[in-house]
Ligand binder design. Structure first.
Ligand code: ADP
Ligand code: MG
Ligand code: MG
Length: 881
């Protein structure tokens, strides 16, 4: 692969441009050039050079010859010379990795200006004001990016000069003022003992190095970490001919999305500024105008712009985010990429693009990220709350719609503090945000700023994370030093830690905590998920649910059944606990527990109709239900049938285990206290029969799952007991109740002898006893890795940092170890019983990356918590595509 790849102008488009090599910006420029869109000509220095730069802290000397040749082409195309004293070519040097990292890395504009060329630019354009403005920007950016001089040092001089000449805005400074400003900027260099290189080629060399170096700036590293961006080669560096949006009233610059990134509406959404350089829009220095006004001011350029945007959507089959500049009426596209969007927008756009014939259903499914689906399942303010006085009368300010959704939390004015208090619900309030703030933004529930538009840093980052954001709320005066903010129009003062709510969908700020609501799957969301379900050979998605309401919610969210009911959750209820304890401690009153469970199972079967309901027999060690010794008292002892507190304490202490996770739990309970298994199976089967009594057409489908089996005889013991009990109930109730028996595979030894477990037969009928395996990946991970899930939090972050783990194995399946066992077990099981159903229950069932693995193994379904069901439906379709 070439190190230097030209684009735009006379460049011949390259075959199969590769995002990893060119970076996203380089790829966009390359593709725009190839479909005939005007981009300022330039060239990409590819990402492998960034790796070389990281390893050697330098770039190969031969590279500079290539760069010289590439610049010569630009000179030819533009009819100007780099470093020419009469009509100089100027260049920009722009970072751009394969994945977008907004504002994290550096860009330098107007390279090629010096004390001589600036005069040439002034006379060539007849616009000395413009020339010196461009030069002072270069001095600022070069100082900042290449030499590490804080931008504020230059800003200080800028502000001082404005004050000196009584200028309210930058535009009031004339050429002489700006010339004076350049001298002041030189002074900043001088005070630091640093020098601005006059040689244009030396400038370009230093800028290229600095841009490659910005890959490893601490904020870029932090951003990659927060966003889990790994496996990139580095950034590319794009060197590009400068075009100017600040050459007067027929010039301008802007950014736009081809569709609304907040709602997905098919309407161009963007902002632009007449007579400005791009930086001014992004940095939120001047408040830009909506893109629609460009139609009036620059009609020709606007028309071409619309054509470009439409062509790009069709070419990339996705919503685009573009940057452009108009120089004296001529439109130049500077950047395009798939636009970041909210979950709601992602779903609407995907469905609309299919309707408009721009992409296929499969392509649309691949354009929605599991995280988008997660976002849509975030809370919102329900309509009835929006209409209530509690909401309406407490609106204290209205800003711009930075990122939709509802957030409620305590006011926090400092980024570092938000990071430290990340476990609390906070709303981060800032004048505006910069890349230094990403840690605090991540830690907050929502973001509120007083300055900056809908493409400001705060809004862009918030939307990409699905965080509600209200930006540009100019009625706020934020005094971070004193931890207060004032509503200017009313004088109301709010202090740190006061509860507020923000509505990113309307821009409203509310002075109190407003209740939120969780959403449902209908409209476009439902359409998209139904397309996901239609993808052949994808894993089905079931849910983990322990109650009627949870089951109903899961069905609403598209679950095809229950993959795991944890029966222990039925025992923790306040009213039930004394009975549970009485049975555990003296073995009495198990009928009572049977009653409780039977009624819960009825609720679940009712909610699930004829869908499978996989019930796990009791799993945790029984001492989880006994009271903590410190809470034991006279009345509790009496309630549990003890004459004396002391004896109760002794009985509780007797149940203590050193290693409860490996103690008396799972099927070991049912083996040591078989009445437990009998009771549970009776409850399940009777509940199923009860349902049919009420509605003879009902067809409940219990599947009874034996946990923590480690050896085939454990399984056999419990399976036979389950079977005889189930058959007994069938006879008693005189009903042909259907049911299945299966086991969890969560102990490594069970995985290793899966063919034996799968082959177990009922000695009477000769039928297979085991109809399904469900991989309990939580325990399987703990036991295979020998890492306790509850204690791993202490060192997993360190392991991730050192690269020992790529991902937290309790979130994403450890494919090499745990995954290998799972694959082995699946193969062994199916080798003796080809119709054995295989599935996963456990946290991994809702994790997109794990689902990809499970799909590859060929599992029939995954099971996850109800709110993860839609995410899993999408992930499972994507895995199969
Ligand atoms: P980022 O990746 O942070 O968006 P860019 O490389 O896109 O950085 O540069 C920031 C801004 O600088 C762009 O939005 C654009 O307005 C301006 N810019 C960069 N290169 C050029 C160029 N060759 N001509 C005109 N403006 C440019
Ligand atoms: Mg950009
Ligand atoms: Mg388990």
């Amino acid at each position: 692969i070439e190190a230097v790849v030209p684009f735009g102008g006379s460049a011949v488009p390259i075959q199969n441009p590769n995002r990893h090599i060119l970076g996203g910006k380089g790829l966009g420029l390359q593709e725009m050039g190839s479909i005939g869109i005007a981009v300022p000509p330039g060239f990409t220095l590819t990402t492998p050079l960034c790796q070389i730069y990281q390893q050697t802290n330098d770039l190969p000397t031969e590279l500079w010859e290539e760069v010289k040749k590439a610049i010569a082409r630009l000179e030819n195309d533009m009819g100007k010379k780099f470093g020419d004293a009469t009509n100089p070519l100027l260049l920009s040097c722009r970072s751009g990795a394969a994945k977008s990292m907004p504002g994290m890395m550096d860009t330098v504009l107007n390279i090629g200006l010096n004390d001589e060329t600036v005069k040439g630019l002034a006379s060539a354009t007849g616009n000395p004001r413009f020339a010196y403005d461009s030069f002072r920007r270069l001095l600022d950016m070069f100082g900042d990016v290449v030499l590490g001089i804080p931008h504020e040092d230059f800003e200080e001089k800028h502000a001082a000069l404005k004050k000196k000449y009584d200028a309210q805005t930058d535009l009031e400074l004339n050429a002489d003022h700006l010339m004076e400003l350049c001298q002041a900027y030189y002074k900043v260099y001088e005070d630091k003992g640093l020098e601005f290189p006059q040689d244009p080629f030396e400038q370009i060399q230093k800028c290229v190095r600095a841009v490659f170096g910005s890959w490893n700036s601490s904020r870029a590293i932090k951003y990659r970490k927060l966003n889990n961006i790994t496996s990139l080669l580095g950034t590319a560096t794009n060197v590009q001919t400068m075009v100017f949006g600040n050459l007067g009233e027929t010039s301008g610059t802007g950014v736009a999305f081809s569709r609304d990134p907040g709602t997905g509406e098919a309407k161009l959404k963007g902002e632009y500024l007449i007579n400005a350089q791009g930086e001014d829009v992004v940095a939120g220095i001047r408040t830009p105008e909506p893109i629609s006004t460009m139609e009036k001011n620059l009609p020709e350029a606007y028309k071409e712009f619309i054509q470009n945007v439409n062509a790009l959507e069709r070419h990339f089959k996705d919503m685009q985010d573009v940057e452009f500049t108009v120089q004296e009426g001529k439109l130049w596209m500077l950047q395009c990429r798939s636009g970041k969007r909210t979950g709601h927008a992602a779903i609407k756009i995907a469905v609309d693009l299919v309707k408009e014939g721009i992409c296929s259903r499969e392509e649309a499914l691949l354009n929605v990220e599991p995280d988008h689906v997660k976002q849509v399942l975030h809370p919102t303010f329900p309509q009835k709350v929006l209409d209530s006085p509690q909401y309406k009368d407490n609106i204290i300010a209205v800003g711009l719609q930075g990122g939709p959704g509802a957030a409620v939390g305590k006011l926090c004015f400092h980024t570092e503090e938000a990071e430290e208090r990340s476990s609390e619900d906070l709303i981060l309030v800032r004048e505006n945000t910069s890349p230094e703030d990403v840690g605090g933004m991540w830690a907050s529930k929502g973001i509120l700023t007083s300055r900056g538009g809908v493409t400001s840093h705060a809004a862009v980052v918030a939307r990409s994370w699905g965080k509600p954001c209200v930006c540009g709320c100019s009625d706020l005066e934020i005094d971070a030093q004193n931890n207060i903010m004032t509503i200017k129009s009313t004088g109301e003062v709010l202090k740190a830690n006061e509860l507020i709510s923000i509505n990113g969908s309307t821009g409203e700020v509310i002075r109190c905590a407003i209740p939120t609501e969780s959403p449902t799957v209908d409209g476009d969301f439902g359409t998209l998920l139904s397309w996901a379900d239609e993808i052949e050979d994808s894993c089905k998605v079931m849910t983990n649910a322990d109650s009627g309401p949870d089951s109903a919610k899961a069905v609403e969210l598209g679950a095809k059944g229950i993959g795991l009911t944890r029966t222990e959750h039925m025992f923790f209820d306040h009213a039930r606990l004394p009975h549970v304890r009485a049975w555990i401690l003296h073995g009495v009153g198990i009928e009572k527990l049977c009653e409780f469970q039977r009624s819960d199972f009825r609720d679940i079967f009712r909610a699930m109709g004829g869908k499978p309901v996989t019930v796990r027999l009791l799993d945790p060690p029984l001492h989880e239900f006994t009271p903590p010794l410190t809470s034991v008292c006279e009345s509790m002892a009496k309630e549990l049938g003890y004459d004396d507190v002391h004896q109760l304490k002794i009985d509780i202490e007797k149940m203590h285990e050193e290693n409860p996770m490996l103690g008396l739990r799972g099927c070991r309970l049912g083996i040591c206290r078989p009445e437990l298994t009998t009771m549970q199976v009776e409850a399940i089967m009777n509940a199923a029969a009860d349902i049919i009594d009420v509605d003879p057409s009902a067809n409940p489908f219990p599947r009874i799952m034996i946990p923590l089996v480690g050896n085939v005889r454990e399984f056999e013991h419990q399976a036979l007991l389950v079977k005889s009990t189930a058959e007994k109930v069938k006879k008693e109730r005189n009903k042909n109740l259907r049911y299945e028996i299966g086991t969890m595979i969560e102990v490594p030894s069970a995985a290793l002898q899966s063919e034996k477990i799968a082959a177990t037969k009922d000695p009477e009928t000769g039928d297979f006893l085991c109809k399904f395996f469900s991989f309990g990946t939580n325990d399987l991970t703990q036991m295979t890795l020998g890492i306790s899930r509850d204690d791993a939090g202490e060192f997993i972050p360190k392991y991730n940092e050192l690269g020992i783990f790529k991902k937290d194995p309790f979130k994403t399946i450890d494919a090499d170890g745990v995954g290998w066992l799972l694959r082995l077990s699946a193969a062994k099981g199916r080798s003796v019983n080809p119709s054995l159903s295989l599935s996963v229950c456990g946290e991994h069932g809702g994790d997109a990356a794990s689902i990809e693995f499970f799909d590859d193994v060929g599992l029939d379904y995954v099971s996850c918590s109800p709110f993860r069901v839609p995410v899993a439906r999408l992930a499972s379709a994507q895995a199969a595509l």
